[in-house]
Write a protein of this length. Structure first.
Length: 366
């Protein structure tokens, strides 16, 4: 699906809702609709907005710092600069477009900014209308071009892991390994890590989102590495847990149990099945083995331009999966006084099953 088609879908939604225009401020949504890839430094500092009128051509509004990038990436979409600030430009642009009902992404707009916009536009007889997840809903199902990009991101992520794995030795610190991973990502062409790399050794692997520290990894203890990168805008996410040197019987038992849960859930994924039922399959296997309370997070999440997006594979999500969705399958068991094991792959939902994007299972089947 090209950007023009995506924008036309947004415009059709606006017309159905009887809205005149929509401000797209969430960075991944901007990129999805017009190709502009600049990210915000934080939610309070914008690198621009995409203004999508219901019936006329969109405009990308930004400032001088991003002018060249915006003009190069936004294709035929007009780029306008706001030297005196975004609101000052909107006060001119919106009345010229005849906008009276303006929608905005309420889930990515600070309350203070929304209040300032409301006060400013009230004088122009323009009313504000909060919208949530309009573009995100479009992003849930990927087309084959997007799937191809995600596949390449996953394979590059695997290649980085395999390269760094060969260099891991007891005595290295978690930070050293994390830095080696992120350095290799950049050297191999990734735009950036898709999240801060997790490297956790021994008991610290029981922390699902452990932050790498100056802690030396230990032989014969679990080592968890959760890593992902961004390639051509699309994210990968993968967790591998293994033992440098020789694994104990307890480790092998837990690892094989987590792998059994992952395989069973993966084999059950296909279009039409509920997300909650997939979560239940993995959770039941782990619970029946006595570790239910040690698997406290959802089984997986969607991945695309953002590393965490819908759909969620969780007990709370009763929606049915659709062909073209991409999700992680990542069961885990976490024992505070021992450590943890999490295994994570990414899969594409297909009509009659799923396609596992990860190709190397050496680290999973032990």
């Amino acid at each position: 699906m090209d950007n023009t088609t995506r924008i036309e879908k947004v415009q059709a939604q606006l017309r159905r809702k009887k809205l005149d225009a929509l401000i797209i401020s969430e960075p991944h949504n901007r990129r999805y609709l017009c190709g502009y890839s600049a990210m915000d430094h934080d939610i309070g500092e914008s690198s621009g907005i995409l203004l999508v009128p219901a019936r006329t051509n969109p405009i990308l509004l930004t400032d001088f710092r991003y002018q060249i990038q915006a003009e190069q990436e936004a294709g035929e979409i007009k780029v306008m600069l706001y030297p005196k600030g975004l609101l000052a430009l909107l006060k001119t642009v919106l009345p010229d477009m005849g906008v009276q009902k303006l929608a905005f992404e309420s889930h990515y707009t600070l309350h203070s900014v929304a209040g300032e916009m409301e006060e400013t536009f009230k004088k122009l007889n323009i009313s504000l209308h909060p919208l949530t997840d309009l573009v995100e809903e479009m992003r849930i199902v990927k087309d084959e071009e997007e799937i191809s990009k995600l596949r390449k991101s996953v394979l590059l992520n695997e290649a980085v892991f395999e390269e760094v794995y060969q260099t891991i030795t007891p005595g290295q610190t978690e930070i050293e390994i994390a830095l080696a991973i992120e350095n290799a990502m950049r050297k191999k062409g990734a735009e950036a890590p898709s999240f801060e790399t997790i490297v956790a050794t021994g008991k610290r692997s029981a922390l699902p989102h452990s932050v790498p520290g100056n802690v030396a990894i230990k032989k014969n203890k679990a080592l968890m590495i959760d890593m992902g990168l961004v390639l051509d805008g699309y994210c990968s996410d993968m967790t591998r847990t293994f033992v440098p040197k020789k694994a104990t019987k307890k480790y092998l038992k837990i690892h094989r149990l987590v792998r059994k849960a992952q395989l069973a859930a993966t084999e059950a994924i296909h279009a039409g099945v509920s997300a909650s039922s997939i979560d239940k399959i993995a959770r039941t296997i782990i619970s029946d083995a006595g570790y239910g309370k040690q698997f406290g997070h959802a089984l997986g999440h969607g991945v695309g331009l953002a590393v965490h997006e819908n759909p969620r594979l969780s007990s709370k999500n009763r929606k049915h999966l659709r062909a073209g969705m991409i999700v992680t399958v990542e069961p885990g068991i976490y024992l505070p006084d021992w450590g943890g094991v999490r295994l994570e792959n990414m899969v594409v939902v297909r009509e009659d099953g799923c396609e596992v994007l990860n190709k190397n299972t050496t680290w999973l089947d032990i």
